[in-house]
Design a protein around this ligand. Structure first.
Ligand code: IPM
Ligand code: MG
Length: 359
């Protein structure tokens, strides 16, 4: 039976970059026998405009039925003044939570062709291959109570709750250990155990779970130091595992080490390998509609989808090789442009990947 993929273009540059990724999927269907059906739905600001909610019931239903989801990006200045409950970001957070996509994998790989695009010295980043495993359905993003209340004095007070059950920590650190077993066998768990009880417990659970993984070398780092080490000596890390918010912050930092946030895909998985795949960059409203956005992170997200949810790793390899090939050819979107290279737009980049996939 064919597998179902739900396409959620979203906002800003989302529709442009997702269109290129869909062309890649269609090439695999037509020329390599990939057996999938595609459906498309609205999410984020686009859904709010059309249906009054960033995650309409119809979209959630299709998402539940799908084997995998490809999402572009959500959000934009246009919706920033809306109530937080119906802002575009709620569409994304709602999907993560409703589908229990607790394991967010964010690889940061430096393509040698792009070493010059990094703001760090080439010797610090060359060969970088790091995997950030971010907890995605708990922590301060979802903790209750939360809100803004009025004090007796009349002053307002805002509050959120950082909260993790042992079981939530246990399952995410085990994902990190499983991934490390297929890599260099090293996991650094990032916390703030010197200040926050919640992450003191996180550390305890990580140590306990690691007893089942004698082949894994587990280390611990406070998040402030981890941020510094990422910029100072990023190659010391193999797999990092951390909370929802720390992972949000550290993964943007790691992304930039690779030269451009426009290159990095991500996977958000549930217990059974069902996943939502998205580039880690945002909706970039400043360049939306101009045809200049880099589609490679979205195309590489399709490769992750093939590998983690569709069990088609040979097709995933084909996409990843094609991306390397277009970089070798010197093609660059503006975010990764450097001297002597050929600047191309979104569509040209997408077509070049498809041409390279045929080789
Ligand atoms: C990310 C984004 C999201 C997050 C936003 C858009 C809600 O920054 O996926 O990293 O904070 O998780
Ligand atoms: Mg983020």
């Amino acid at each position: 039976m064919s597998k179902k993929i739900l396409i959620l273009p979203g906002d800003g540059i989302g529709p442009e970059i997702v269109a290129e990724a869909v062309n890649v999927i269609n090439t695999l269907r037509e020329e390599h026998g990939l057996d999938v059906e595609l459906d498309e739905a609205l999410v984020g600001g686009a859904a709010y405009d059309a249906a009054g909610h960033p995650l309409p019931g119809a979209t959630l239903e299709l998402a539940r039925e799908a084997d995998a989801i490809l999402l572009g990006a959500v959000g934009g200045t246009k919706w920033e003044s809306l109530d937080i409950a119906v802002r575009p970001e709620k569409g994304l957070l709602g999907l993560r939570s409703a589908l229990n996509l607790f394991a967010n994998l964010r690889p940061a790989i430096l393509y040698p062709q792009l070493a010059d695009a990094s703001s760090l010295k080439p010797e610090i980043v060359s060969g970088l291959n790091l995997m950030i495993v971010r907890e995605l359905t708990g922590g301060i993003y979802f903790g209750q109570p939360r809100g803004v209340r009025k004090l007796e004095s009349g002053e307002k007070e805002g509050y959120n709750t950082l909260i993790y059950k042992e079981s939530e920590v246990d399952r995410i650190v085990r994902v990190a250990f499983d991934i490390a077993q297929k890599r260099d066998g090293r996991v650094c768990s990032v916390d703030k155990a010197n200040v926050l009880e919640c992450t003191e417990l996180w550390r305890e659970v990580a140590i306990r779970a690691s007893k089942d993984y004698p082949d894994i070398e587990l280390s611990h780092m406070y998040v402030d130091n981890a941020a510094m080490q990422l910029v100072k000596a990023p190659k010391q890390f193999d797999v990092m595992v951390t909370t929802n918010m720390f992972g949000d912050i550290l993964s943007d930092c790691a992304a930039m080490l690779t030269g451009s946030i426009g290159m990095l895909p991500s996977a958000s998985l549930d217990e059974n390998g069902k996943g939502m795949y998205e580039p880690i960059h945002g909706s970039a409203p400043d360049i939306a509609g101009q045809g200049v956005a880099n589609p490679l992170a979205t195309i590489l997200s399709v490769a992750m989808m093939l590998r983690y949810s569709l069990n088609e790793s040979a097709m995933a390899d084909r996409i990843e090789k094609a991306v390397e090939q277009v970089l070798d050819q010197g093609l660059r979107t503006s975010d990764i442009m450097s001297d002597g290279m050929q600047q191309v737009g979104t569509e040209e980049m997408g077509s070049a990947v498809i041409a390279a996939m045929k080789d």
